[in-house]
Ligand binder design. Structure first.
Ligand SMILES: *Cc1c(COP(=O)(O)O)cnc(C)c1O
Length: 377
C-alpha cells in the first residue's frame, strides 16, 4: 500500500492523479446504469495503483454503493480508515480469516460450506448476522459453485445457518471483450439460476455479474449491481477493446524532474556498461525516475519540452534521455513526462503497457511506492 500523502510538495518524481477526471468517469458510468442499479467500485490492487484510500474516499463522496477488494488486508484498511459503505471481499478468504470478516463487517464471497459454517458460528458468538454473497461459476472456472447447485446451496444455508443473510448472488465473465457468444451463454446461465431461485422464493436481493467491459457491452448483464474497476480509472486493455464511452479518460500522469544535463563525447560511455556509447557528441538529460521506481529497462521514450525523446540508458534512480535535438529548449529541473501529456504530446498507459506486454493496470501497479501519489482535486 503506498503512503497516503494527500498534498505533497513537488518531489523528484510523482504520479499525479486527477480526481476531477475520476468524478467525470464515475458519473459517465453511473449514467450507463438504471437509477436503481447499484455501483460497486472495485478498488483492489491499490485501486490499480492509484492509491486505494484516496480513491475510495472520493468515490464514497460520488455516492457509489459499495466497495470491492480481493485481499482481507485491503478490506480492513478501508474499514479502519473510516469507510462505512458495504465492503465486499471478492476473492476467497481463509478459514483463519473468518473472524475478521465479522469483526470488520466485511461481506465475503461464499462458495464453500466450510467458510459458511465458520461465519455462522462467529456471527452467532458475536450475536450478529453476517451478510454474504454467493458466487456461481458460469464459465470462468475460478471460484463459485456449480449453477445446478445454487438452489440446494442457498436453501441449505437458509435452513442450517440462521446467522447468515444471503444478500447477493453473482458470477464473473470469462472474456466479455472478445467472446460475446460465451458471454451470452454465461448471462443465460446466470438468468436461469436466478429464475430457479425465484421459483423457490430464494432469490437474493442483489444479483450481479458485470465488471467494466460488460458494463459497456452488455446492458442486459447489469442486473441489480455492477462491479466497476478499470472504467473508473479510464483504463482499457487494448485500444477500443472496451468501447470506452466518450469522456472517460485515464487519471494518471507520471513525471520526473531533469536532474542533470550533460554532453557526452563521441565514443565515451553514457552510463554503465556499453549500453550507450554515442557515435557522435550527444546531449543527454538524467530524469529522476528509474527501476527503483518501477520504471526501468525497456522504457522507450519520455516527453521533454513537449517533444518525444528516446531513453538510452537506465539507472536505479534515473533514466538517461537523448535530448540532442531539443537541447536549446531544455534546462535542469524541467519536467519530463513518462506517462501522460505535455504540450501536444501524449504517451498513453496503453502504449507503454503494450511495449512490456502487460495489462494497463499491471503497468501502473508496477510503479513502486517510492513515487509519491499526488492528488489533484
Ligand atoms: C477485478 C474484479 C472486478 C472489476 O473488474 P474491472 O475490469 O476492473 O472492472 C469485478 N469483479 C470481480 C470478481 C473482480 O475480480
Amino acid at each position: 500500500m503506498n503512503t497516503l500523502s494527500l498534498d505533497r510538495n513537488p518531489e523528484i518524481n510523482e504520479i499525479n492523479i486527477n480526481l476531477a477526471q475520476l468524478r467525470i468517469n464515475y458519473n459517465i458510468v453511473r449514467n450507463l446504469l438504471n437509477p436503481n442499479t447499484h455501483l460497486m467500485a472495485v478498488v483492489k490492487g491499490d485501486a490499480c495503483g492509484h492509491g486505494m484510500l484516496r480513491i475510495a474516499k472520493e468515490l464514497e463522496e460520488c455516492r457509489c454503493d459499495a466497495f470491492g477488494v480481493t485481499h482481507l488486508s485491503e478490506a480492513i484498511l478501508l474499514r479502519t480508515e473510516g469507510i462505512t459503505l458495504p465492503v465486499h471481499l471478492l476473492a476467497p478468504c481463509l478459514p483463519s480469516q473468518v473472524k475478521f470478516l465479522i469483526e470488520y463487517n466485511i461481506i465475503p464471497m461464499a462458495d464453500n460450506l466450510k467458510i459458511i459454517q465458520l461465519l455462522d458460528q462467529f456471527a452467532n458468538e458475536n450475536r450478529s448476522c453476517a451478510t454474504i454473497h454467493i458466487k456461481v461459476n458460469t464459465g470462468l472456472n475460478r471460484y463459485g459453485i456449480a449453477p445446478a447447485h445454487a438452489v440446494e446451496f442457498i436453501s441449505e444455508i437458509k435452513t442450517n445457518y440462521p446467522n447468515l443473510n444471503v444478500e447477493g448472488i453473482y458470477t464473473h465473465f470469462q472474456d466479455p471483450d472478445k467472446n460475446p457468444e460465451l458471454t451470452f451463454r454465461q448471462i443465460d446461465c446466470f438468468k436461469h439460476v436466478l429464475q430457479s431461485l425465484e421459483e423457490k422464493n430464494l432469490r437474493p436481493l442483489l444479483a450481479h455479474a458485470a465488471s467494466s467491459s460488460a458494463i459497456t457491452r452488455y446492458p442486459e448483464a447489469h442486473f441489480d449491481m455492477v462491479r466497476c474497476g478499470m472504467l473508473l480509472y479510464g483504463l482499457e486493455h487494448e485500444e477500443g477493446e472496451r468501447i470506452i464511452p466518450p469522456g472517460i479518460k485515464p487519471l494518471v500522469t507520471v513525471k520526473a524532474l531533469i536532474l542533470k544535463i550533460r554532453t557526452i563525447k563521441e565514443g565515451e560511455a553514457g552510463g554503465y556498461g556499453t549500453e550507450f556509447i554515442p557515435t557522435k557528441d550527444t546531449t543527454v538529460a538524467i530524469i529522476g525516475i528509474g527501476y527503483g521506481d518501477g520504471v526501468g529497462r525497456g522504457w522507450r521514450q519520455a516527453i521533454i519540452s513537449g517533444r518525444r525523446v528516446p531513453i538510452v540508458n537506465y539507472f536505479m534512480d534515473g533514466l538517461m534521455a537523448d535530448i540532442t535535438e531539443i537541447q536549446d529548449s531544455v534546462k535542469e529541473y524541467d519536467e519530463a513526462v513518462i506517462i501522460g501529456s505535455q504540450g501536444n504530446e501524449n504517451i498513453s498507459i496503453l502504449e507503454v503497457s503494450k511495449q512490456f506486454n502487460r495489462y494497463a493496470e499491471e503497468q501502473l501497479q508496477s510503479i513502486t511506492e517510492r513515487v509519491p501519489r499526488k492528488y489533484i482535486p
